[in-house]
Each structure stands twice: as structure tokens, then as C-alpha cells.
Design a protein around this ligand. Structure first.
Ligand code: FE2
Length: 168
């Protein structure tokens, strides 16, 4: 079993991971519509990872013989002003998710729930990676600024990265 408050926090985290997937999917579609197919497909692929994060928590809850709770997922924003705006928001979002994970670790620790704390170690490390990747993309887009040719070349690079990942 999992202590009530910890279980509630884990269930809310599933919702946050699925919400992240929904946000990245919406952003990916927007970037594709704007002609940035590489960035768009990178985000649509990344949405799948967020879904997997949610499923990882679901499996843990189920393995501990507890119930998954389904909360509503809110409609993602749709007012972006270009790739930089999108990736600024993604980086901020990943920072928010990191602090949510840390809060659950603290709660589990406070309740003496070592099993959940150890389970969440993977997420703590994953968030370091997620923040770094999204910050790197944000920085590159920022450096390119108004250089459309550079942006499209970087977009092609990301498309190539996505295809490389898919063919693994
Ligand atoms: Fe995630």
C-alpha cells in the first residue's frame, strides 16, 4: 500500500505528465503548421515520452496494489509567437515539473515511504536531462534570432535527430 497523501500526489503527477504530453502535442502541431516540421516532430515525439512517464507511475501504483485516479486535463494554450516563445515555455514547464517531483520526494520522505522515494529517483534524474535538453534547444533558437536560414537549418537538424531516434 501507499500512504494516502503520497498516493494522491502520485496520481496528480500522472495527470501532470499526461498534461505535459498534451501541451507538447499542441505546440508540435503549431510549429508544424508554421513550417518548422523538425521542431514540430521533435515535440510530438517528446509528447510520447511524457505519456510514458505517466504510465511508469501508473504501473508503480498498480504494483503497490493501489488505484489510479483520473483527473481532467485542461486545454493547452494556443497563443505562441514562434519557436523561441514555444521553447521558453517548454523550459519553464520542465522546471515546474522538476519541482513537482521534488515535492513528492519530500512528502514520501516525510511519511517514511522509502519505496516511493527510491522509485522517484529515476524521475529526479530524468528531469535534469529534460531541463538540459529543452534549455539547449531554447538557447540555440535564441542565438539564431531572426536568422531564418539558420532556423530552418536547425529545424532540419532536429528532423534528422528525430528520424535517427525512430530508426533505432
Ligand atoms: Fe515527464
Amino acid at each position: 500500500m501507499i500512504q494516502k497523501e503520497v498516493l494522491e500526489a502520485l496520481n496528480k503527477q500522472i495527470n501532470a505528465e499526461l498534461e505535459s504530453a498534451y501541451i507538447y502535442l499542441a505546440m508540435g502541431c503549431y510549429l508544424e503548421d508554421e513550417g518548422y516540421n523538425g521542431m514540430g516532430s521533435w515535440l510530438i515525439e517528446h509528447a510520447k515520452e511524457e505519456y510514458e512517464h505517466g504510465m511508469k507511475i501508473r504501473e508503480f501504483i498498480s504494483n503497490k496494489d493501489e488505484k489510479t485516479v483520473f483527473y481532467p486535463i485542461s486545454t493547452p494554450d494556443s497563443n505562441w509567437s514562434g519557436p523561441l516563445d514555444v521553447f521558453e515555455k517548454i523550459y519553464a514547464h520542465e522546471q515546474k515539473v522538476s519541482s513537482m517531483i521534488i515535492d513528492i520526494v519530500k512528502l514520501a520522505r516525510d511519511k517514511g515511504d522509502i519505496t516511493t522515494e527510491v522509485f522517484l529517483n529515476w524521475f529526479v534524474e530524468e528531469q535534469v536531462e529534460e531541463e538540459k535538453i529543452t534549455r539547449d534547444i531554447r538557447d540555440r533558437i535564441k542565438i539564431l534570432g531572426e536568422n531564418q536560414e539558420g532556423l530552418l537549418s536547425y529545424d532540419r537538424f532536429l528532423a534528422h535527430e528525430v528520424n535517427k531516434e525512430k530508426s533505432k
